[in-house]
Each structure stands twice: as structure tokens, then as C-alpha cells.
Design a protein around this ligand. Structure first.
Ligand SMILES: Nc1ncnc2c1ncn2[C@@H]1O[C@H](COP(=O)(O)OP(=O)(O)O)[C@@H](O)[C@H]1O
Ligand SMILES: Nc1nc2c(ncn2[C@H]2C[C@H](O)[C@@H](COP(=O)(O)O)O2)c(=O)[nH]1
Length: 233
């Protein structure tokens, strides 16, 4: 097989193919945005940060604040908008060979909605409506994922970093919520109790900012290599 094309910059000439899609998952405050910022330096990567600002201003309504302030009243509304805005990222066209998304429609359902259902913040009837939207989206949109990067921390580490980041809407979020979200990530990504759409690469995100850079670099190398191998197939 002629492999001369691998000597050129193969990532650019295949931009028209579905991009090699990576979702970055983990607890609130675990370091996803920081991880994405590292990848901003690479031309071949289209970085899609979580649309938190849309959730904080949906036609003037701060749905994130409403959800945290009154979960029983606002969880369904909030998750409905999360599902729409994340689906927009999944289906967004890009000329880049690699798409790197912060979170996904999968973690929204299997971690956050599941936590709300288990603690009674959202009625199971409402969950079933969201599941019907999710099923339709999977049947009618390409929600393919090639790799899941799991930034694994302890709940306590994530909680402390959330406090340090000091986002107003999150000021009263308890540690117990972080423990719930952590456990659901473990159930999903390690125990495979829910649909897991791609292989999982675990990064020890408890490492501090200097120590974790080597992990970022190794992860970058793996993503770029796997993208080229996918194209070669
Ligand atoms: N490896 C790390 N060590 C220490 N602090 C970190 C690390 N990664 C991120 N932080 C800090 O923790 C806070 C949350 O990080 P962020 O990237 O916003 O997390 P996420 O996007 O997962 O919510 C920020 O203040 C950030 O500077
Ligand atoms: N209830 C939900 N909350 C969500 C979801 N996705 C993100 N979030 C919250 C968690 C944070 O307060 C904020 C941003 O998340 P970070 O992890 O980037 O800090 O939004 C969701 O699907 N449901």
C-alpha cells in the first residue's frame, strides 16, 4: 500500500471526512476547560467548549442559576436546553480533522439527568420525554465519538477547584452533589452501566497544573496518531 501520503500533513487533506471526535468528560471543576485550552494551539483541532454562557443567558433567562436555585422546578427546562445546545455541537460541521468537545449528550443523560432522576429533581415521565428526544437524535444525527477522555479526580479535588473558580451560580452547590456526579461518571465510563460510545482514556486529573502537562502531551500524541490510523484504514 502506498503510504507516501502519510509523509505529507495527512490531517489537512482529509478535513472533509467526519472529524475524529473526542469528548472530554469529568466532574464539575475537574479541569476540562483547562485541558481544552491546551489544545487550542493545534490548527488541526476544533475545540468546542461547553456552551455554559448560553445556559446562563437563554433570551435573558439564567437557566443555570434557576436550576441550582430550584432544581425541582427548573431541572427539566434546564436539561432540555442543555440537550439542544450540546446536540448542536455534536452536529456542527468543521473543516478540522479533529473535533474536541467539552462533555456530550451522553454525559448530560447518564450523569446529570440520571442524578436528577435518582434524587427526585426530575420526574421519570420528564426523563422519558428527554429519552425520546435522545433516541430520535441518535437515529437522525451522527453522534459518533471516537475517543472519550475522562479527567478523573476525587470529588473533593473537583469541589475545591469549583470553589476556586468562584462561579456565582455554583456557590451553594454541596460536596455531596460532586460525589453523586463522580459516582455516575464511574458507573458510566468504568463500570459501563450506561451506553458508552467510544473507548475511554483516563487521565489522573488530580495532578496539579505543572504535573498534568505531560499527561496532556501524551494524550495529544495518542489523539493525533489514532486520527491518522483511522484515515489510513
Ligand atoms: N490540574 C489542575 N490543578 C490545579 N488546578 C486546576 C487544574 N486544572 C484546572 N484547575 C483550576 O481549577 C478550576 C476549574 O478548572 P476548569 O478547567 O474550569 O474545570 P472544568 O472546565 O472541568 O469545570 C480553574 O480555576 C482552573 O484554573
Ligand atoms: N444539571 C446539569 N448541569 C450541568 C450539565 N452540564 C454541565 N452542567 C453544569 C455543571 C456546572 O455547574 C456548569 C459547567 O460545568 P463545568 O463542568 O464545565 O464546570 O454546568 C448537565 O447536563 N446538567
Amino acid at each position: 500500500m502506498n503510504t507516501d501520503y502519510l509523509k505529507r500533513s495527512p490531517l489537512k487533506q482529509f478535513a472533509s471526512l467526519r472529524p475524529y471526535t473526542v469528548i472530554v468528560e469529568g466532574n464539575i471543576g475537574c479541569g476540562k476547560t483547562t485541558f481544552l485550552n491546551y489544545f487550542q494551539q493545534f490548527d488541526d483541532v476544533n475545540v468546542l467548549a461547553e456552551p455554559v454562557n448560553k445556559w446562563r443567558n437563554c433570551n435573558g433567562y439564567n437557566l443555570l442559576d434557576k436550576m441550582y436555585s430550584d432544581p425541582k422546578k427548573w431541572s427539566f427546562t434546564f436539561q432540555s436546553y442543555v440537550q439542544l445546545t450540546i446536540l448542536q455541537h455534536h452536529t456542527m460541521k468543521t473543516g478540522h480533522p479533529i473535533k474536541l468537545m467539552e462533555r456530550s449528550i451522553y454525559s448530560a443523560r447518564h450523569c446529570f439527568v440520571e442524578q436528577m432522576a435518582r434524587n427526585g429533581s426530575i420526574e421519570r415521565a420528564s426523563v422519558s420525554v428527554m429519552d425520546e428526544w435522545f433516541k430520535w437524535a441518535k437515529e437522525n444525527c451522527d453522534l459518533s465519538v471516537d475517543l472519550i477522555v475522562y479527567l478523573k479526580t476525587t470529588p473533593e479535588t473537583a469541589y475545591q477547584r469549583m470553589l476556586a473558580r468562584n462561579r456565582p451560580e455554583e456557590q451553594y452547590v454541596p460536596l455531596e452533589y460532586f460525589q453523586d456526579i463522580h459516582n455516575l461518571h464511574e458507573e458510566w465510563l468504568l463500570q459501563k452501566r450506561f451506553e458508552c460510545p467510544a473507548p475511554v482514556l483516563i487521565i489522573d486529573a488530580n495532578l496539579d497544573k505543572s504535573g498534568i502537562m505531560e499527561e496532556y502531551s501524551k494524550c495529544k500524541a495518542q489523539i493525533f496518531t489514532e486520527r491518522e490510523l483511522k484515515v489510513a484504514l
